[in-house]
Write a protein of this length. Structure first.
Length: 84
């Protein structure tokens, strides 16, 4: 059993570290839904795959989620779902 799980910010930090990106050189654009996305589709696919391997999703109430924003890690729970 894993003692703690990665938050999104930790996943991003590790992805940048592992791939040695210069964060200032990464370009973004807006998609049809007006969301910011990576301009480089290969980079987007690489991050999506990395996130899929590392993320454990949890459905929480808005209040719970907002109260934990300062935590770097959260403990694993039985109800957590792993992205497959």
């Amino acid at each position: 059993m894993i003692d703690s799980l990665n938050t999104f910010s930790i996943i991003v930090d590790r992805f940048l570290e592992m791939n040695q990106f210069d964060i200032n050189s990464i370009e973004y654009c807006s998609n049809e839904s007006n969301h910011l996305v990576f301009k480089d589709q290969e980079l987007a696919a690489k991050f999506r795959q990395y996130h899929k391997e590392k993320a454990t999703l949890r459905i929480v109430r808005k209040e719970c989620n907002l109260s934990r924003t300062g935590l770097a890690r959260v403990k694993q729970m039985k109800a957590d779902l792993k992205i497959k």
